[in-house]
Design a protein around this ligand. Structure first.
Ligand code: NAG
Ligand code: NAG
Ligand code: NAG
Ligand code: NAG
Length: 349
């Protein structure tokens, strides 16, 4: 009893302190009408970002008349000018940034899910590190995944040379191997400005939603450092994965809360207008929810640009309660069923 009232006292003291501190909170919204992907009429399952100039809509902007030499200026150059005018006119607490969010290329875990079928993958195989021939714990890219990343690299070369796109000023990536490798293959060997080279920073909170799957468990910091010596780690990056727990899953609300936290962290510490993120299907989905973008699911090796308006508010930050992880059911042997009617592993054989 004494212990718990002491604890209550500490919590009460902490929340009083918060009430006085007017915590900074950042509100995000998407500037729509710039990219096809934010339009409900665009079907994510058939959309091809490399065939459509990254989805950039052919249009005029209110700032075009002040754009130097309009006739010889590409859509991307006029967009850059527009974003620059938006930032010049923005209030002190407002800012516009263009995010390029890329999903990793196909990993061994993706190929294994296709091979075994989703029920057998989710309820049995994904909890193992691999089988006799393939490892999918912290999965590496398959040959297909490497090719996908190389194709995006070729696409960036085209965007830089022909479209005069403004390349990212900073690069962030998930700590999972498939993203580290995708970022490296995508952005290596490009003609980048000297002031914004490819110097990626690894951020823990850009990792995939945590599930019982071993492909969501990251490698140690020393291993990553050995494999990707040019990548930097964010501060306080732990040697061993502190978050993955055997047979437990991170609730979606927790994932969205850390997606918001990582965006707040980026916006609070990085002045860049052009930002690249290499991450996962589930995590990019979560980032899009936090930014207020419509759902837009990405196939392996695809990317999406999002023009974001960030507004900093000085108010009491809304309380975020963290939910405990939820235990995951599995099967002792792979279920024979192949269709996805067995998400809860009720079809164990
Ligand atoms: C945050 O932005 C959204 C628009 O995306 C707006 O509807 C909402 O009112 C804003 N919230 C605050 C607290 O200003
Ligand atoms: C897009 O679709 C969503 C969900 O169906 C809807 O809420 C939203 O209003 C739509 N937006 C536009 C611009 O039509
Ligand atoms: C997307 O378009 C490119 C041409 O820009 C083409 O080479 C590629 O095969 C297309 N991808 C798909 C999945 O259709
Ligand atoms: C292991 O799984 C992969 C699917 O990713 C499959 O191609 C391979 O045949 C499996 N190996 C064995 C020994 O079953």
């Amino acid at each position: 009893m004494i212990a718990s009232s002491l604890l209550y006292g500490l919590l009460a003291a902490a929340s009083t302190a918060n009430a006085y501190s007017h915590v900074k909170s950042i509100n995000y919204s998407v500037v729509t009408g710039i990219f096809q992907q934010d339009d409900n009429a665009t079907d994510p399952s058939t959309f091809n970002f490399t065939a459509s100039n990254f989805g950039l809509i052919d249009r005029s902007y209110p700032s075009d008349s002040s754009c130097p030499d309009r006739k010889h200026t590409t859509q991307w150059q006029r967009l850059a000018h527009y974003i620059s005018t938006l930032n010049k006119k923005a209030k002190n607490n407002e800012r516009y940034s263009l995010f390029f969010m890329g999903r990793h290329g196909e990993g061994y875990h993706n190929a294994a899910e296709t091979y075994f079928g989703t029920p057998a993958w989710n309820c049995y195989w994904s909890e193992l590190d691999g089988n006799k021939t393939v490892t999918w714990a912290d999965a590496h890219l398959t040959d297909v995944g490497v090719q996908q990343a190389e194709r995006v690299n070729t696409f960036w070369k085209h965007l830089i040379k022909d479209e005069k796109i403004t390349t990212p000023e900073t690069y962030y990536t998930s700590p999972l191997y498939r993203c580290l490798d995708t970022a490296k293959l995508t952005f290596s060997g490009l003609q980048l400005p000297h002031k914004s080279p490819f110097k990626p920073v690894i951020k823990e909170y850009l990792r995939e939603g945590i599930s019982a799957h071993t492909c969501d468990r990251r490698s140690t910091k020393s291993y990553i450092k050995k494999k990707f010596p040019d990548f930097k780690f964010e501060k306080k990056f732990a040697e061993k994965d502190p978050y993955w727990v055997k047979l437990q899953a991170e609730p979606r609300a927790d994932q969205d809360a850390r997606s918001k936290a990582v965006l707040d962290d980026i916006f609070s510490n990085d002045d860049s207008t052009y930002i690249s993120i290499t991450s996962h299907s589930g995590e990019i989905g979560s980032l899009l929810r936090v930014l207020g973008h419509r759902a837009f699911s990405l196939s392996t090796g695809s990317a999406i640009p999002v023009l974001v308006k960030a507004t900093t508010l000085y108010a009491d930050a809304p309380a975020t309660t963290t939910m405990p992880y939820t235990p995951q059911k599995t099967c002792a042997a792979p279920p024979a069923i192949r269709d996805s009617s067995c998400n809860d592993c009720s079809c164990c054989t």
